[in-house]
Design a protein around this ligand. Structure first.
Ligand code: DAH
Length: 341
């Protein structure tokens, strides 16, 4: 018993004297004292030689020794994480991980493209408010109150008397530009518009338009056609054919709608062109003299043309997106497809 006690005292003194300053030294300590072939296990093995009468006291001494040895280990365990190697583990010279790139929304991308096509031929961008008064959205555009043409656009009213609406088209920006009284005018007006439509694959309560307006002396329908031919070639390519159909808009006279040959089937017929070979892309016409008069522009001196196109429509044709709801659902699986554009 006394020899066991002595042994333990010696080991204890040795442990206490030991200075552990590195993870490596800590591991050596663990192996030497606490490992499966370590000193603690070895001394426990000697219990079988201790006479029965002394077993109790010996057991207590051994347990105290074991706890002391383990406590020493625990007190230095933090060294394990720090390591004893003072050089940095990371290679700071490596390039960082690339951040995932966001994508431009397809509508914004197409809007930018439309704008830059017109900027190349001297148009500049004009914008206006989305909450618009009756005058700029309707009345000044030759659509007085009770005019049946107001039925063409189901309107969200923000207030009544005075009437404020969510603008139903970007033609309201035409009015805002004309009232500035600076001639000539050559603007392209992109923006969001609102209509009281039930949301479906083919209709939405908000969408985007791009309006064009050109007013100067001697502007003719031929100028309108050439400008739009140029736009179509830039946007859809050289091979696309164009046709104009007579139409009606209160703010233009004469008015027309423009179709392009279907870019999906080339004219042979598919679901995009509803098997006609043609897809409508915009409304246009010569600015109505009444509208010019509304802004004190003399229609005998100045003439102009205007056009308005749907950005969703152009995007649908370019990228064959056949459900309008996709544009506003924020589904990354849809949006990621435009990553490299
Ligand atoms: N504002 C019309 C619409 O929303 C589109 C339009 C047609 C605009 C003819 C024009 C135009 O400027 O001349 O349906």
């Amino acid at each position: 018993m006394s020899s066991l006690k002595e042994q333990l005292q010696q080991h204890e003194a040795a442990i206490q004297a030991l200075e552990i300053t590195s993870a490596k030294a800590l591991e050596e300590y663990r192996i030497q004292y606490l490992g499966t072939k370590g000193i603690v296990k070895m001394i426990f093995g000697e219990m079988k030689n201790v006479p029965v009468t002394e077993k109790k006291e010996a057991g207590q001494l051994l347990n105290a020794f074991k706890q002391m040895a383990e406590a020493k280990y625990a007190a230095h365990e933090h060294l394990k994480d720090a390591g004893n190697d003072s050089s940095p583990r990371e290679d700071l010279s490596l390039p960082g991980d690339a951040l995932p790139l966001g994508t431009r929304h397809p509508l914004r991308k197409v809007e930018n493209e439309i704008v830059s096509i017109f900027e190349k031929i001297g148009f500049s961008v004009a914008t206006g408010p989305e909450i618009e008064d009756d005058w700029h959205n309707f009345t000044s555009l030759n659509m007085p109150e009770n005019h049946t043409a107001r039925d063409m656009q189901d309107t969200f009213y923000v207030s009544r008397n005075p009437d404020y609406v969510l603008r139903t088209h970007t033609s309201s920006v035409q009015a805002r530009v004309m009232e500035k009284g600076q001639l000539p005018v050559r603007v392209i007006c992109p923006g969001r518009v609102y209509r009281n439509e039930t949301i479906s694959a083919r209709a939405h309560c908000f969408f985007h338009q791009c309006e064009g307006l050109y007013i100067d002396k001697n502007v003719s329908f031929a100028d309108l056609k050439q400008t739009l031919y140029y736009f179509v070639k830039e946007m859809f390519g050289e091979d696309v054919r164009v046709r104009f159909r007579p139409s009606y808009f209160p703010f233009t006279e004469p008015s027309a709608e423009m179709d392009i040959s279907c870019t999906v089937c080339g004219g042979s017929g598919c679901s995009l062109c509803k098997h006609t070979g043609w897809v409508e892309i915009l409304g246009c016409g010569m600015v109505h003299p009444n509208m010019l008069r509304n802004f004190n522009i003399d229609p005998d001196v100045y003439t102009g043309f205007a056009f308005g196109m749907g950005v969703e429509r152009i995007t649908q044709i370019k990228y064959q997106v056949n459900d309008l709801r996709l544009y506003s659902q924020n589904d990354v699986r849809f949006l990621r497809q435009f990553q490299s554009l």
